[in-house]
Design a protein around this ligand. Structure first.
Ligand SMILES: [Ca+2]
Ligand SMILES: [Ca+2]
Ligand SMILES: [Ca+2]
Length: 301
């Protein structure tokens, strides 16, 4: 492949794309800080104690990678629980939904992207990595968990920022996760917590990141007072998932807590269109820089 010559050109394009990406995230949702987009979860909605408490989800896009970080009390390898079928309750899988549809519909249409990052969880995915054409399923039953989101809320865990700052209320969670007829009448029978990959096609691997690598990449949950005892991070190739506005979310295996994040990923430039994109990028760079300065100024308030 003739990629070496292209990489030099890509450097110029990448700089422009990054600026567009930063402004895109700001416009979409989430809370942008130091290049990362944050969804900060309620600190008091982890049913079962500190090990089940999620505090935040953050995502950063660069020219060729997507970085993901999670923080809370749940270790990457889960926590021992004698009532779970495998004696352990851990993280579910992370989903990206670019379809614009609610999560259940996107799952039924196998249009989700899914990432298994916890190698010891009960995912239907064969190994860790990035999957496309994903359908989700619930494993809360085998993990001593909630049979439905409604049951979780009935148990007293309907807190502000229930699925993070982008889905702050129970109704917002219902509206995103389920079709309209369910969201308008959510019951313990129609709101399953679909929290792992059921089926899909693996398209690539993830690379786990150390805490020092995450810090070097600019991750700072402490900016929101959201540092958990466990912070997990990984990255994968930008080309492995879709582009545009997304909603990402993850629950723990028992459904005892979950968090979501709304954002935007820029499309990966195709080699055939790069020359044109470079021109667009250069002409747009001036206005983007002005916008960025404005954003930077406003974000320091
Ligand atoms: Ca939480
Ligand atoms: Ca388990
Ligand atoms: Ca939550």
């Amino acid at each position: 492949m003739k990629t070496i010559g292209m990489r030099t050109l890509l450097g110029t394009v990448a700089a422009s794309v990054c600026l567009i990406s930063a402004t895109g995230q700001q416009a979409s949702a989430g809370q942008l800080h130091n290049g990362w987009n944050y969804g900060i979860d309620a600190f008091n909605d982890g049913s079962g104690g500190a090990a089940y408490e999620i505090k935040g989800l953050a995502i950063k896009e660069t020219a060729d990678s997507v970085f993901v970080a999670l923080t809370g009390g749940m270790p990457l390898t889960g926590t021992a629980n004698g009532s779970a079928a495998d004696g352990n309750v851990g993280w579910g899988d992370l989903f990206f939904n670019f379809s614009g549809n609610n999560f259940t519909t996107a799952s039924n249409q196998s249009s989700l992207f899914g990432i298994r990052f916890a190698g010891t969880n009960d995912s239907g995915a064969a190994s860790t990595g990035v999957y496309q054409n994903v359908q989700a399923k619930s494993v809360t039953g085998a993990n001593h968990g909630y049979g439905s989101l409604r049951q979780y809320y009935n148990a007293g865990y309907n807190k502000t920022n229930t699925l993070g700052t982008d889905l702050p209320t129970a109704q917002a969670a219902y509206n995103y996760l389920y079709p309209a007829n369910v969201a308008s009448n959510p019951t313990t029978g129609n709101t399953p917590i679909l929290n792992v990959i059921n089926s899909g096609t693996k398209v690539g691997d993830i690379a786990m990141l150390t805490s020092s690598a995450l810090t070097a990449a600019g991750l700072d949950f402490g900016h929101f007072g959201a540092n958990g005892s466990q912070t997990i991070g990984f990255q994968f190739n930008r080309s492995l998932i879709g582009s545009g506005d997304y909603l990402a979310n993850v629950f723990v295996e028992c459904g005892n807590d979950g968090v979501a994040l709304a954002g935007n990923l820029e499309a990966v430039p195709e080699p055939s269109s790069m020359a044109g994109l470079a021109l667009v990028g250069l002409s747009a760079a001036g206005s983007m820089l002005r916008k960025r300065r404005t954003l930077t100024a406003s974000s320091t308030n």
